[in-house]
Design a protein. Structure first.
Length: 408
């Protein structure tokens, strides 16, 4: 079904500049839409009997099908290469099936018909993802009906133009996927290094060591080598853009690339005499948070003179702050979480932190070498992550230009 309305995108490949405008159709006019139907749970199995079962977003990973179970009773099916769309909260997530599978009621499968490009439809649905919220229904449990989905208005160019757009956007997807792999490889490399740079539980010598350092690390109770105190309250109303003093509160604790704080996001005009200011290398741990795991996370304040909020525990010592932060996050996070108190809100007090058993290299230079290596890796992770975000933003801009506005 098509309408009289024709549209032209902002960006168009040269060979199509003189072509007619895109024709608007319903999604069911360009593709076959199959709404899933869940089989009875008694037929679910882990023994690979029947077909893989795709029930919703939990069975999708990196925009590809990743089924967790099988079903011996098959209701509705999708084919390899079909587009999958979540029709229950969260509505509208788009992916591809790499399985011949049974689809439950949380999934719809979409397959191009006539001469339409499957990849073009996939890319267009990606661009349409933000719009699903406006057509979802069901109150607190959002869902999209068969009529909602099949009736979505879809602007369609000629098949050659569809294929050109699909090739362009899928090539950017390939770049994004390659960049994502770089990010994950670096994170995996860092995780493996940390496992070897820090001694295992019950041991005092790490598996990997820089040349020139030997002997056992020293064991201490944290309170014997670190001064622990709390920051002083900096309320949200006290944070101002043109404040004289940089400040860190729980909300601004962590950067996107690691445990070391490099940028202070807030400032305050509270008089300095009423603040607790950092010394370079202080390590901070949240004093309260939603979960025990959240607050069992440490960070290093690189600069002196930063106001430390009252929702922070401050650890001050002669231990290299960056090393200490990496060590606590890599080796002692479960122990910190274990001593935290509270259910709906978790709390971590200086008296609890002080009892923690730690192992540290006796030489400050070894602490620095470990910190330098991990900080360098964090910067690499930050750089490749930033390039990944640039690619994602580039694709977003391309889609906004290559597809006519979707406010149909």
């Amino acid at each position: 079904m098509s309408t009289e309305r024709k549209l032209v995108p902002k960006l168009r490949f040269p060979e199509f500049l003189s072509s007619n405008g895109w024709v608007t159709k319903t999604l069911s006019g360009v593709a076959t839409v199959v709404m899933g139907s869940s089989p009875k749970s008694e037929y679910y199995n882990q023994s690979r009997n029947g077909l893989p079962l795709l029930q919703g977003n939990a069975d999708i990973k990196d925009r590809l099908s990743a089924p967790r179970i099988f079903t011996s009773s098959v209701t509705k099916e999708c084919r390899i290469g079909d587009i999958l769309l979540s029709v229950r909260a969260p509505v509208g997530t788009v992916s591809k099936s790499i399985h011949h599978a049974c689809i439950g009621r949380g999934i719809a499968s979409i397959h191009a018909k006539h001469t339409n490009s499957q990849e073009f439809i996939y890319q267009w649905l990606l661009s349409y993802e933000p719009r699903w919220e406006s057509i979802s229904q069901g109150g607190t449990f959002d869902s999209v009906s068969s009529d909602d989905l099949k009736g979505v208005i879809f602007a369609v160019p000629s098949t050659p133009e569809q294929e050109k757009i699909a090739d362009c956007l899928s090539s950017v997807d390939d770049l994004i996927a390659a960049q994502s792999r770089k990010v994950e490889l670096l994170k995996t490399h860092k995780k493996g290094l940390m496992q070897r740079l820090f001694p295992r539980e019950g041991e005092l010598v790490p598996k990997l060591r820089f040349e020139g350092f030997e002997g056992e690390w020293e064991s201490h109770t944290l309170g014997n080598v670190v001064t622990i105190f709390k920051g002083k309250g900096v309320a949200k109303v006290d944070v101002v853009e043109n404040g004289m003093t940089p400040c860190i509160r729980y909300a601004e604790l962590y950067t996107s690339y690691g445990e070391v704080i490099s940028t202070v996001l807030s400032r305050t005009n509270i008089p300095v005499d009423n603040l607790i200011l950092s010394e370079a290398g202080d390590v901070v741990i949240p004093a309260s948070g939603e979960t025990k795991e959240d607050i069992a996370t440490c960070a290093c304040v690189l600069d002196a003179g930063v106001a430390l909020g009252g929702d922070l525990n401050v650890l001050r010592s002669k231990i290299d702050g960056r090393f200490f932060s990496y060590y606590l996050n890599g080796c002692k996070r479960p122990a910190l979480a274990k001593v935290a108190q509270g259910d709906t809100v978790a709390h971590l007090y200086p008296s609890q932190i002080s009892k923690l058993e730690i192992d540290i290299p006796p030489e400050h230079k070894e602490q620095q070498r470990i910190a330098d290596l991990l900080t360098s890796l964090d910067h690499q992770i930050s750089e490749v992550t930033q390039r990944l975000e640039l690619l994602k933003n580039h694709k977003k801009g391309l889609m906004q230009g290559l597809f006519p506005p979707s406010n149909l």
